[in-house]
Every structure is written in C-alpha cells, then in structure tokens.
Design a protein around this ligand. Structure first.
Ligand code: FA5
Length: 610
C-alpha cells in the first residue's frame, strides 16, 4: 500500500499545499484519495479529522473525513468531476476548524501537565480534544473536585508562562539514550512522535499543537467526574476570553496589560522549577528540604519577588503562593505514595517486644515478706500513713512531751488537733498499727498481723530517706514469750536471706515494748563471723564489719499498750517487731546497694537490674 507523508507534523500551521494523487479508491458513491503528502489531519489521538478541499485540474473534492490506514492517509468525501492517479492537486484545509482542534489538543496537554503539577505521579490515560461533545483528559489516578481550583491555577500558570511547545520524532533507542520515560509502553520498532511543553517531561503525541502555551485560548476546568474507575477532567476551551473567563480575573488582568519581562521571567522560572521537581526522584523528605526548606529552591525563587514592578507585585505574589501550595500538595502526595509503595512490611521479621515494666524492688520485697509471714498464719493489714498522734505515739506509751518522741523526727500535718486523738502526723513507724489492730479485732486475741506501710521522717542520708517503708509484726495471745519472737525472727531470716542465716537480739529501749531489742541478721558474706579469708589471708568483712546487720527493733508488747488496745495484760502477752523494708531488702545477697536513695532515684538503668 502507498504511504503518505504527513506535512502537518512538520508544520501544523500549513493551511495549503500541493500533492500528487497516488490512488483513487472508489467504494459505491464514496471516493477516497491517497496522496503522496498531506496537510489534512487524519483523525486520531482524540483530535478530529480536518475538513477542506482538494482541487484537481478537472475536479473538486470536498474532504469530510480523513483516516489513517497502515501508512496511507485516506481523504474521504465527495468528488465532482474527474480525478486520476498521478495528477497534481492543490490542498486547502478548513483552517478555522483545524485551529480550534489545535487549541483543544494543546489544552489537553496543558491540563495533563497541570494535573501532574498538582497531584504528583498522576497518570493520564486518554483524552478527547473535539471528537466527542465533551472535552476531557482522563486519568487513572483518583482526582476530586476539590482539586479544581489548584488545577485551574496550574493551567493558568502554564499559559501565562508562555512555554514553547516542541515536538520531534525519536526512535526507541533515542528515548533510552536521553533517559526519557514515557508513561506507557510503546512499540519499539518504529519512530515515535513526542511533544514537550517547556522543560516538562515529553509525552507521546500524534496531534497538531500550538507553538507555545501563551497562544492557548483560555481553558476552564468545569468538573471532575469518575467513570469506570477513571477520573475525567472536563473542560472548555474558548476563543473569547470574556465569554468563558468571568472568574479568571487573573488571566484578564494579565492579558489586559502586557506583562513585564521580569514577570515573564518569574513565570518561566516557576514552570522550570515545577518541571525540575517532577523529574526529581528523591525521597519525600529530601524533596521537602530541597524545595521547601529554609535555603530551598522555593525560597530562592521567592527572593526574586523584589525585582518585580510594584503594579505586578500582587499578581506575582499570587503565583508564588500558588507554587508553594502545589509543591506542598505534591510532596504530601509523594509521601502518601511512598508509604503505600516503599514502606513495605516484612511480615517475617521477628516482632519487637514492647518494653514491659516490672515491679519496683521495694514492691517485690513487700510481696515476698507478706508471703513469708502468711505461711505462719500472719494476716497482712494496712493502716493509715497519715494518722493521729494517739496511735503513732500516745497509745504506744509515749504521752505528749515524752522525750522518747524526739527519736522520731516527725512531720506534722498543719490541721487542727483533735481533742481525743491529738495532732495529725505522717506516721513515723508502722507501730501505729498495733493498737489499731487490737481495736479492729475488738481486743480479742489471738492476733497475728503484718502491717506494711509507708513511713515518713525528717531524715536524709545514704541509709535514710524521708519516705520509707516498714513492716510491723504483732502477735498477741495467751502465753506468748520471747522464744516465740526468736523463733519468728529465725524463720524469717532463713526464708528471706537463705538457709543458715541467723538472727540476734540485743537489749534496747522502746517505750512500747518491754523488754526491747535491736534485731540483727547474720551477714551472708562472712556468715556472722565478721571475717573473710581470701587466698589464705583473713581480713575484716567489708560488708558488715561485725558479722551482723541491724534491721530494726522488736520486743514484748508493753502492758500499757495492751491496755490501750483494751487487752488485759494479765491474761495476754505479745511480741512486736518493726523493720525497714529498704534496709532489710538491700542486705540481700548479691545486691550490695550501699545508698538506699538509689531506690527512689527513678533511674531505670538502676531499677531495671532488679
Ligand atoms: C521503730 O521504728 C520501731 N517502731 C520498731 C519497733 C517495732 C520496735 C515494734 C519494737 C517493736 P526504728 O526507729 O529503729 O524503729 O526503725 C526501725 C527500722 O526502720 C530501722 O532499723 C531502719 O531499718 C528503718 N528506718 C528508720 N528510719 C528510716 C529512714 N529514715 N529511712 C529508711 N529506713 C528507716
């Protein structure tokens, strides 16, 4: 079959030409002419065919449709007169119709680019530039009517920037060589026509295009509709500015006066930047800093605003702001896309264990102590840590002004005293639970309590904190003796510190016990000897210095205390002990905590060890 040279690809503005008739194809009343070259556009790529006339020596051929068939262009229409192959003919196209189609086709490319400027990575798949009733560019990327103002503004920019529109024929190899990426696969065995707006990435194109975007008539996006999972940007293209661009005040403003060279330069720089941005494959964070960072490309461009003439400053400012919005939108879209496509999840990677806390060492000790005493019939109780003077001191055989009270450096609560119970204090020891327990049990022994609570004293050094914990044991029954106390101490020592640990009691004085003792446990390092032997050399145990550690006080409940609790001391006897939890705990083997304040430092590096 014959082939026709497409003159409209060389010069889309050629309105007339001469050509040689290669074939006259007749089909009933229809005639089709195949010429060696043509200026008639063969319908395709969304652009309608040209109309016009082909004049022979003895004929006039009115062209009403033009199509492409394997290299040959078929000019179809009505023939009057005689025409023969080999004859020279004169061609003339209906220029008004063609120019309208060029406007519409270029508008399609401008819209395509504008949408890509607003929605990074948007993919166009089709377009109608005049064949159907409605002009549209179709995208496979989801779009929304909310984007219309931004797209419209991007279109106006491209038009106002008056970017050159160039086209060329390239081979597949050239595409690869020039690193031109086209949005879809194209045949590799024939030349391809590409069209490029300014420096934006080229697009494949088979239509006739304007020479610059400044020549484009006003384009107005009227709607975005979804159809079969694709999104159509519907628009109008109209020659008369006034009839379509009522809302395009910017365009009117810009077109009413000739823009200055500075404004033109700014617009071209804006489009240049967008083109660069679209070619940029950097990660979204990099895009953010490169384009919108403090020293980024956008800020550099915004600096040039100062060169713009005062009457154009407002318009230029709007262009700059719109550029910023479109960059922000595009970077946000890139971010979303990056998360969806790049930030993939490897389901086979072992999971990260969330950090799980554990109980504070003092809480762990409280649980352990409770458990040990529950084994021998003690009941865990809790009494107030803010209590009346009566329970903390007076009922414990320490009347007001008794000098023994000075041993407890007490915090008093600044509230009026109660006539019967006295002042309110932060309890200095868990012994306040003794009489309370007797009252709870209606003064009816037997009683075996373990009272654990916070205590407060005005003390602060390596072995004392202002807030600390004590546990108080109390046993009242008939026939309770020091032997029972000693047995209980030994039991606890073995349970808490390990087999072989012994207890020792030394005479002491407490107002609420008689006799009173200080309680020591044997040192687990030197087993109560106070000496350690290393490589045959015997030295003093550095941990205890004496073989024993003091943990607190104990004694037989004073008859006055039993009386304060309504118990007859003639019938019943009891023992009590009270030790600091921090102290008791830090003496455990392997802990070696020489400053109990560390327990309340809140330092996880320390606490995580326990
Ligand atoms: C008392 O508090 C008596 N109530 C103990 C008692 C109970 C004796 C029952 C007889 C019968 P003392 O003031 O010694 O005792 O304190 C007992 C223990 O509490 C101390 O050996 C120490 O281990 C701990 N302790 C006292 N003050 C502090 C403090 N500021 N910081 C940390 N631990 C403390």
């Amino acid at each position: 079959m014959s082939t026709t040279k497409l003159l409209y690809f060389q010069d889309a503005y050629q309105k007339s030409a001469t050509a040689k008739v290669l074939e006259v194809v007749r089909d009933g009343t229809q005639t089709a002419l195949i010429l060696d070259q043509t200026i008639f556009y063969a319908q395709g790529g969304g652009q309608p065919a040209d109309w016009g006339s082909i004049m022979g020596e003895k004929s006039a051929f009115s062209v009403t449709h033009v199509s492409y068939n394997g290299g040959a262009v078929l000019h179809k229409g009505t023939l009057s007169g005689e025409i023969e192959a080999g004859e020279e003919v004169t061609l003339e196209i209906n220029w008004r119709r063609r120019y309208q189609h060029m406007q519409q086709h270029t508008a399609g490319h401008i819209i395509d680019q504008a949408v890509k400027n607003v929605v990074l990575g948007a993919q166009s798949v089709d377009g109608n530039h005049g064949i159907g009733k409605q002009l549209f560019v179709e995208f496979s990327t989801p779009l929304h009517t909310d984007l219309i103002p931004q797209i419209q503004s991007a279109i106006d920019h491209i038009r106002a920037a008056n970017l050159p529109i160039t086209s060329e024929m390239v081979s597949y190899e050239q595409l690869i060589e020039r690193q031109i990426k086209l949005p879809f696969d194209l045949p590799q065995n024939k030349e391809l026509r590409i069209v490029q707006i300014g420096e934006y990435p080229p697009m494949p194109d088979g239509g006739t295009q304007l020479l610059s975007t400044g020549e484009a008539w006003p384009i107005m996006v009227t709607d975005i509709v979804e159809k079969d999972g694709k999104w159509r940007v519907i628009h109008t293209v109209a020659e008369e500015v006034s009839s379509v661009a009522k809302n395009q005040t910017k365009i009117e403003e810009a077109s009413s006066v000739q823009p200055s060279d500075q404004l033109n330069a700014l617009l071209q720089n804006i489009e240049h930047m967008k083109a660069e941005f679209l070619k940029d494959n950097a990660q979204p964070e990099k895009l953010q800093s490169k384009y919108l960072g403090k020293k980024g490309v956008f800020n550099q461009l915004a600096q040039t605003l100062k060169d713009i003439q005062p009457q154009e400053k407002k318009l230029a400012g709007q262009y700059i702001n719109e550029l910023k919005t479109s960059l922000e939108t595009a970077i946000a879209a890139a971010q979303t896309q990056h998360v969806a496509t790049q930030a993939w999840v490897d389901l086979t990677v072992p999971g990260k264990k969330p950090a799980v806390g554990h109980m504070h060492p003092v809480s762990q000790a409280m649980e352990e102590i409770t458990h040990i005493f529950e084994q021998i019939g003690f009941t865990r109780v809790r009494y107030p840590e803010v209590d009346w003077d009566h329970y903390v001191f007076e009922a414990l055989n320490m009347p007001p002004n008794h000098p023994a009270r000075d041993e407890w450096e007490t915090f008093f609560v600044d509230v009026p005293a109660n006539q019967a119970f006295g002042k309110v204090v932060l309890t200095t020891h868990t012994s306040n639970g003794q009489v309370r327990e007797m009252e709870r049990l209606h003064s009816q022994p037997p009683m075996r309590m373990i009272n654990i609570s916070r205590c407060y004293r005005r003390q602060q050094d390596a072995t004392h904190t202002q807030m600390f914990h004590q546990f108080e044991g109390l046993v009242v029954d008939k026939g309770i003796t020091i032997q029972h106390l000693k047995g209980t101490l030994n039991y606890f020592a073995e349970q808490f510190y390990g087999p072989g640990t012994k207890s020792r009691i030394r005479p002491f004085h407490f107002q609420f016990t008689e006799p009173s003792f200080e309680v020591d446990f044997s040192c687990h390092i030197c087993q109560g000897t106070g000496q350690v032997t290393h490589d045959g050399e015997t030295t003093k145990c550095r941990f205890c210095k004496s073989g024993w550690h003091e943990v607190g006080g104990a004694g037989m409940v004073h008859p006055n205390v039993l009386k304060a609790g309504g118990i007859d001391p003639e019938k019943y006897t009891g023992f009590a002990f009270g030790w600091g939890i921090e102290r008791t705990y830090t003496l455990k083997e392997g802990l070696n905590i020489d400053d109990i304040r560390l327990l309340y430092s809140g330092d996880l590096r320390f606490l995580e060890q326990f």
